[in-house]
Design a protein around this ligand. Structure first.
Ligand SMILES: Nc1ncnc2c1ncn2[C@@H]1O[C@H](COP(=O)(O)OP(=O)(O)OP(=O)(O)O)[C@@H](O)[C@H]1O
Length: 214
């Protein structure tokens, strides 16, 4: 079954209170494909990313992972890495310790040399022993994105505004990681209010909210 998508989203719907954020949403994410989720503030992008990651229960719909179908409220069994707004770094740990903790929590090799190499690639080696709480926003984002190096073999990267707070060098680094992941046959679902290099990343756009119907 070579042409099956990694993830097929069918009839997905989420609401907040009485209002539907999105309804009857259908799209696929294939191996080697990046899907750029767009939409105005509050249109439901983060909610959708959380639903795909199994962190929010959708109100309707199904996620079909490769050949295995799940009710939408069950997390998919394909391995994915989710990097959200809040970065999931523990303030009281050092940068290195915090990443070791997250890697081990996800059943990954969290050895110090491996984490240090990831931090080096993200330009954060010099802050390896700093407490997370002392990092700038951009440094915090870089450190959190080091997870993409540690979990580079995850089938799907789900990224909520990965370029937020990054400087130009940081954006270049993340674009390089995305290209490498796609070239290896990995898949990406991300939101970004910053423009993406659509042609270099061969991104497919998916818009939530009123623009979707325009
Ligand atoms: N835990 C929550 N409880 C109640 N309402 C929520 C909750 N989380 C999100 N919402 C609401 O759901 C709507 C969609 O939020 P969401 O964060 O998914 O939007 P978004 O498209 O990611 O926005 P942005 O572009 O601003 O990041 C918003 O109106 C928000 O206020």
């Amino acid at each position: 079954m070579p042409d099956l998508p990694l993830l097929q989203v069918s009839g997905l719907a989420c609401r907040r209170g009485a209002d539907w954020l999105f309804r009857d949403l259908n799209f696929a994410v294939r191996s080697g494909q990046l899907v750029w989720l767009r939409g105005h503030n509050g249109s439901g992008k983060t909610t959708l990313l959380r639903a795909v990651s199994g962190l929010t229960e959708p109100d309707e719909g199904h996620l079909t992972w490769a050949a295995v179908s799940h009710a939408a409220h069950e997390p998919g069994r394909q391995r994915l890495v989710y990097v959200g707004h809040l970065n999931a770094m523990k303030d009281d740990l050092t940068v290195c310790e915090s990443l070791q903790f997250i890697a081990r929590l996800h059943g990954q090799d969290g050895s110090r040399p491996r984490v240090l190499e990831a931090l080096r690639l993200l330009g954060m080696y010099h802050r390896r022993n700093a407490a997370v709480r002392t990092l700038s926003q951009g440094q915090r984002r870089r450190a959190a994105l080091a997870r993409l190096v540690l979990e580079s073999d995850a089938a799907l990267w789900v990224l909520d505004e990965p370029f937020d707070a990054l400087d130009i060098a940081g954006i270049d680094t993340v674009n390089g990681l995305l290209k490498g992941h796609l070239a290896r046959g990995g898949s990406v679902l991300l939101t970004s209010h910053l423009p993406l290099d659509v042609s270099a990343l061969q991104a497919t756009e998916l818009t939530l909210g009123p623009e979707a119907a325009a």
